[in-house]
Ligand binder design. Structure first.
Ligand SMILES: Nc1ncnc2c1ncn2[C@@H]1O[C@H](COP(=O)(O)OP(=O)(O)OP(=O)(O)O)[C@@H](O)[C@H]1O
Ligand SMILES: [Mg+2]
Length: 254
């Protein structure tokens, strides 16, 4: 199953959710994380020291899809320089933005990733795609290739208007049979005013709202700081229960 995590709004927890969901799924399933964001945030967390050569990032595949296949770019995800069992990654870095621009003239440019993922031959139970906070070519490739689009929203300045450009792109690409779900992130159960506002705002798309939400936890920032999923940094953190529930939900769809 291919899942992209998307929201054109920045900083809503796309990368954090994806890394921790991936680490949780990897307990029982084989998982590949593909970084499609030139910021390379999830690559930095999951590859040792955050340094890799240009030929070894996803940019090479967008640049020369006939020469470089996705299989050439896969490496084990690392924590403390040791591989995480069942979790692999295809990294990205800032050079992806240049390649996106040059790919704009390619025929079928929205399908480059989809075609490559077909070559994986069911090697993975779940492929997770991390996207940048915009509707650029890599995000469109991710939507095109995905069976499910997971949209994290935060409690901050969230409004339905904020995700409507994304939903429009999704329905255009997927011809209206779009499979998307909305996940509330950084939820603080004590903040009743925000929570009531969110409930009201989300009522019209109730059927798309996951019954699971991810709480706000200081362990997220701490784990990020040492380039680790929370699961390995603080196994007893309550937020792991939320990621576990999300992981069970995804597993139930497989
Ligand atoms: N559940 C959470 N609890 C506490 N902090 C969180 C939580 N989720 C995300 N954060 C924090 O919010 C910030 C943004 O998260 P993240 O980088 O995952 O967002 P993003 O949507 O991937 O951003 P971008 O759009 O730039 O790629 C980070 O500092 C992260 O540590
Ligand atoms: Mg991100």
């Amino acid at each position: 199953m291919i899942i992209c995590v998307a929201n054109q709004k920045g900083g809503v927890g796309k990368t954090t959710t994806l890394i921790n969901l991936g680490a949780e799924l990897a307990r029982k399933r084989k998982v590949l994380i593909i970084d499609l964001d030139p910021q390379g945030n999830c690559s930095k967390t999951l590859t040792s020291k955050g340094r890799f050569k240009f030929e070894e990032t996803i940019a090479a595949m967008f640049d020369k899809p006939k020469v470089v296949t996705i299989n050439n770019l896969i490496r084990p995800a690392l924590i403390n320089e040791k591989p995480i069992v069942n979790l692999d990654v295809v990294p990205a870095d800032f050079q992806l933005s240049r390649v996106i621009e040059t790919s704009l003239t390619k025929i079928n440019r929205e399908r480059i990733l989809e075609k490559q993922l077909a070559k994986l031959d069911n090697l993975y139970d779940v492929v997770l795609l991390d996207t940048p906070p915009n509707l650029s070519l890599t995000t469109l490739n991710a939507i095109q290739a995905s069976d499910l689009i997971l949209i994290p929203v935060d409690s901050g300045a969230f409004s339905l208007d904020g995700i409507s450009p994304l939903l429009e792109a999704v329905s255009e690409i997927k011809d209206d049979d779009a499979n998307y779900v909305i996940l509330r992130n950084e939820v603080d159960s004590r903040n009743t005013i925000i929570n009531e506002f969110m409930d009201e705002e989300l009522e019209v798309i109730q059927d798309k709202l996951l019954p699971i939400s991810i709480r706000r936890s200081e362990h997220v920032g701490q784990a990020n700081a040492i380039s680790s999923p929370v699961r390995f940094y603080k196994p007893g953190s309550l937020i792991n229960n939320d990621y576990r529930k999300l992981s069970s939900y995804i597993t139930s769809l497989l």
